[in-house]
Design a protein around this ligand. Structure first.
Ligand code: AMP
Length: 597
């Protein structure tokens, strides 16, 4: 039986989703229309009470402001409450974490000390987030212990926590394997396994690790697999390990992307920072996220913006986990307004205040572009995205338009005239809106002062107002008068691009961007880890991807020998990344990467 939620049901759901499509295997052949083989068919799914959740959980959800389940929750929770396996196709932002976390929490037996639930996630950021969600949802049950285990965090303290007793473990595959091998993570007690963002784990080269982990688990268990896309490898995995799973597909609305206005500027590298400042000065958005390619660039940008008096912070792989969490919290509550981030560090970031995404450096591929612009337009808000494109990168634009399903408009970089108009309007507005309420009794003093000045110096109110404005605007020049001749060059790019664009559109090849990226010449590198260190390709891909921001698929052939390994990476690796990669550790050994000739 295929269950398709109709549009009426759909309209009750949050606006973020559409096309809910839940397929369930039929068990009752006689009465297909009334077959009640799961709770899903009998409950009123409009609030969380109908799932048979405990009072505590419903209370926690109400406190969190969750009014009704999202489509994925409506479809998945009843199945998972029955203990069924589940194959879910859903992206972040659909409420998928709660879809599996809530039924898991309701079914867990806390009197058992050994872990009953294992969640595998591709990155430490996601592992942290999922563990946090479990903690938040189990607020009414402090006896439920959740632990996140991921590379880069202290192994000893993880072992100590595991010894003290943990019910739910959320981890990245590499670290989970390490714990299983060492016997510090009990395997036989595991009753539920969740693979979250399975396609991302596949892309990062973790598939062998996942299969290894799956082989370690007891035969009898519930398996839940979530993936944003369903590549054949994930299908194969689900066929092999999932038993009669409920299948649910949530397609995010194309309309979502359309809520985001997407524009680009053509800009030479040497003028990028200037253009960025001009755009920021004239933007009216609440909070902004700026994406840059390397950690070094994020650092430099943040410093430059700090000098320009912005409340700015950096989010990159060098920022320790606890500081990252605090930074995101500060952004959420308005302590900072601009975040300069790398792709990896900003994965899954969900802050409603972000209304503008600036792609200071072009993303590595179309997927990263969609992920980046998805940081805005959260919770049904509209958002803006601006892409910086160098003249040479211009041909990739059409691929971003294709995946975004809309045209990316050309935008003018604000010139002096525009900025000055903006500044004056702002000043006018603040003069108009300045409260004339007399909070500290200053009004009487000021009025008296002006009257005295008019009297004593024979000055007019207008003259006095001008002087007051001069004082208020301080020493900084009210109007900008910087060299803007380079902006004229942008106009030339524009004219050339328009012509180029017309020609290009007519013979656009869909996969040009991907192929241009993947076929780019690669260099071969040597890493000082090998079979003797028990290294697997997944470890290498994971470490390099996390450190360099390269997507798994940009990482080429990997050959592992006894005491070293070889890997192909795109040419032109920035020196900073190269130096950082030298120090990255796999299996506790530094990679000490070097060019291999
Ligand atoms: P996820 O797709 O799991 O990354 O969740 C996206 C966001 O939606 C998170 O910030 C959740 O806290 C939030 N969320 C999940 N379920 C609901 C719900 N039923 N109502 C409101 N917000 C929700």
């Amino acid at each position: 039986m295929t269950k398709i939620l109709n549009s009426e049901e759909d309209s009750k759901c949050s606006d973020d989703y559409q096309d809910v499509n839940s397929t369930k295997k039929e068990t009752s052949e006689e009465e297909p229309n009334k077959s009640i083989d799961s709770i899903a068919d009998i409950v009123n799914e409009d609030d969380f009470n109908s799932f048979g959740f405990s009072k505590d959980l419903v209370h926690t959800l109400t406190k969190k402001g969750y009014k009704s389940p999202t489509p994925i929750q409506k479809a998945a929770i009843p199945e998972l409450m029955l203990g069924r396996d589940l194959l879910g196709q859903a992206q972040t932002g659909t409420g998928k974490t709660a879809a599996f976390a809530l039924p898991i929490l309701e079914r867990i037996k806390t009197n058992k000390g050994d872990p009953q639930v294992l969640v595998l996630a591709p990155t430490r950021e996601l592992a942290m987030q999922v563990a946090e969600s479990f903690n938040a949802y189990s607020e009414g049950h402090p006896e439920i212990k959740v632990l996140a285990v991921y590379g880069g965090s202290d192994f000893r303290s993880q072992i100590n926590s595991l010894r003290r007793g943990v019910n739910i473990v959320v981890g990245t595959p590499g670290r989970v394997m390490d714990h299983m091998r060492q016997g510090t993570l009990a395997k036989n007690s595991l009753k539920t396994l969740v693979l979250d963002e399975a396609d991302e784990m596949l892309r990062m080269g973790f598939i062998d690790d996942i299969e290894w982990i799956l082989e370690q688990l007891p035969e009898e268990k519930q398996m839940i697999l979530f993936s944003a896309t369903m590549p054949s490898e994930i299908r194969r995995l689900s066929k092999r390990y999932l038993e009669d799973p409920a299948e649910i597909t949530i397609k995010s609305k194309k309309k979502d992307a359309k809520l985001i206005r997407q524009r680009y500027i053509t800009i030479q590298n040497s003028h990028k920072l200037d253009a960025l400042k001009r755009i920021l000065e004239t933007s009216t958005e609440e909070a902004v996220i700026i994406f840059a390619r390397t950690k070094l660039i994020t650092q430099r940008l943040a410093e430059a913006l700090e000098v320009a008096n912005y409340n700015v912070a950096v989010l990159n792989g060098d920022v320790p986990q606890n500081l990252r969490e605090r930074t995101v919290e500060r952004l959420r509550i308005g302590g900072i307004d601009i975040l300069v981030a790398t792709d990896v560090a900003a994965r899954g970031l969900d802050v409603e205040r972000i209304e503008l995404v600036i792609n200071y450096d072009m993303p590595f591929d179309t997927e990263a572009y969609i992920h980046r612009i998805g940081r805005t337009g959260r919770a049904g808000r509209s958002g803006e995205a601006i892409l910086f494109v160098s003249p040479r990168e211009r041909s990739y634009l059409s691929n971003f338009e294709r995946v975004a399903g809309q045209k990316i408009e050309q935008m003018d970089i604000p010139n002096n005239e525009y900025i000055n108009k903006f500044r004056l309007e702002k000043l006018k507005k603040s003069l108009r809106d300045e409260s004339s309420a007399d909070e500290n009794g200053e009004l009487i003093i000021f009025t008296k002062l002006i009257e005295e000045m008019e009297e004593e110096y024979k000055m007019e109110a207008k003259e006095l107002a001008i002087n007051a404005l001069k004082l208020a605007t301080g020493k900084s020049n009210l109007l900008i008068d910087e060299d803007e001749s380079w902006l004229k060059q942008q106009d030339n790019f524009k004219r050339r691009n328009d012509r180029h664009d017309d020609r290009n559109r007519s013979r656009r090849k869909n996969n040009r961007f991907e192929s241009a990226m993947t076929e780019r010449d690669k260099n071969r590198y040597r890493l000082e880890v090998g079979h003797r260190d028990h290294v697997k390709p997944g470890n290498i891909v994971g470490a390099i991807a996390n450190e360099s921001g390269l997507k798994g698929k940009m990482i080429g052939r990997i050959q592992i020998f006894n005491d070293y390994s070889l890997v192909d990476l795109p040419k032109g690796m920035p020196n900073e990344i190269f130096q950082n990669l030298k120090r990255v550790k796999i299996m506790n050994k530094e990679l000490n990467i070097s060019i291999f000739n």
